[in-house]
Design a protein around this ligand. Sequence first.
Ligand code: DX5
Ligand code: ZN
Length: 222
Amino acid sequence: AHQPLLAPSILSANFTRLAEECQAVIDGGADLLHIDVMDGHFVENITIGLPVVEALRAEFPDTFLDVHIMISNPDLYAAKFVEAGADSVSFHPEATVHSHGVIQEIHAAGGLASLAINPSTSLDVLDYIIEDLDMILIMGVNPGFGGQSFIPQTMRKLKDVKERLARHGIDDMPIQVDGGVKLNNIAEIYQAGANVLVSGSGVFNNKPYKDTISAMKAELQP
Ligand code: DX5
Ligand code: ZN
């Protein structure tokens, strides 16, 4: 199976010192940076856009940038985030009627494509595109804000997504969980099948980051 990866979400970083904050989590053992893009339309918050992704790519040429776009009409922007420097782009099927087309656009731009699934969204959206995806993102909260509590039904969804992958004969798909992941539940979420663990407030509200990241990674044992 896929090596577990820890992905701090920079949404909870101090934005006035973004480069320092990113450097600190990278030095502390972060495997990738999770970047939350919000448009004030698909979700009730406005955060990071293309120029910040571009700036982070320039500052951190060797770091995997995992961009999560919580925006309406990802059709218009997904490829632009790859061009700005994203390695992977996660978009929401609830925000477009052309999920398959968005995946193709991300791939054509040279990025990895991931589908982000809201707590109330059925896994049925995966049925005819699952083979085309590079990752599946299961939301542990309703997207929009950092610092929310993990929704318990996510555990059942993780079990279901694993079954679905098995049914399609896929055994190496990275499964990301995003939202509400903390030191006290990360082991359980990993055991349920998530292997890319995003944590925003769980990391950035707990200095020194190095100790928090080490403690979290210590929980990710088979
Ligand atoms: C939620 C974002 C998450 C969020 C995670 O809208 O997509 O990435 O920042 O933050 P925590 O870990 O604080 O729930
Ligand atoms: Zn996110």
